[in-house]
Design a protein around this ligand. Sequence first.
Ligand SMILES: Nc1ncnc2c1ncn2[C@@H]1O[C@H](COP(=O)(O)OP(=O)(O)O)[C@@H](O)[C@H]1O
Ligand SMILES: [Mg+2]
Length: 345
Amino acid sequence: MGVDADPVAEPGDSEEPPSGPDEAALVLPPPAAAADVITPPSRSDPLDRDTTPKRGPTDGDGSPEDPAPTRAASEETGEPDPAPARPLPRVIAVANQKGGVGKTTTAINLGAGLADLGYRVLVLDLDPQGNASTGLGINIRDLEASMYDVILNDVPLDDCIEATSVRNLFVGPASLDLAGAEIELVPAFSRELRVKQALAEVIEDYDFVFVDCPPSLGLLTVNGLAAANEVLVPIQCEYYALEGLGQLSKNVALVQKGLNPTLELSTIVLVMYDARTKLSDQVVREVRAHFGDRVCRQVIPRTVRLSEAPSFGQPIIAFDPSSRGAIAYRELAKEVSGGAPQRAG
Ligand SMILES: Nc1ncnc2c1ncn2[C@@H]1O[C@H](COP(=O)(O)OP(=O)(O)O)[C@@H](O)[C@H]1O
Ligand SMILES: [Mg+2]
């Protein structure tokens, strides 16, 4: 059951039955000591800051038995407490200004994995392409209200939220007119805080909110970052994977400074890992060397099933529960949350 050196040897496109070793194989060893392998992103992040979210725990009275599942505690890496307990609700912006890097796939499937664990999860779709919405079974051409109306017409967020086929998983869908929002927002009052303000009214109902950002660093992404406590960045195990991360880090820093001082780039997820390529391993090593234990140990493999699921409007755990992708995202959900919620009642 150990972690093999060269774990997954099957052709990337065929789904293997989810036997144990596969799963284990995609869990990386603990982070190596940080070395200066790559240079891009500036390391001016607030890891030592207070990460207490703006609001208390869901039904909290501050008592010790409040549900506050933590992220998997850091192993003995000698790092000074890099993963403090993270009280719920957690609002996580999934951002990377590059398109096609797995933001939406991760928002949907990590969200579904957490919902499956028993957390109440909301995915807010801020991408005018609406992939998170359609990937969760929503027909974005047939909506009474969408995130566009929430952001520009002051429609309450609750009025646009839709249930999905997965229990506990909800979506605030995008619509095509969201494409105009970047421009329409420019003259608007408190234009960066629209999503944050809308979310404040429903946040009590959820444990995790994922904001699926568009592939740009415009006003919609700024809205996502301003609304969040944390930023999750998916990184493809591909050439140029690290390109643009410096710019993203800079923008996170700008939002911290001006809008959201407790925002934290907390989580890096390595996606589209292909065990057959040396490159994948190289990227994994470089990202880990640079970002340390903010990089999730669970890596998401490249599999065709993951790319097929959205056209059926289903997260992978519903579409093909025993596939490698489903197992990986389930494991990631455990890692990110620290396990199932301990809710009283
Ligand atoms: N692990 C994966 N294996 C195979 N295909 C993937 C994987 N993750 C994402 N994809 C596919 O890659 C494309 C881009 O992913 P997506 O999540 O939409 O990226 P983004 O939201 O960053 O633009 C989509 O077609 C998606 O289905
Ligand atoms: Mg997307």
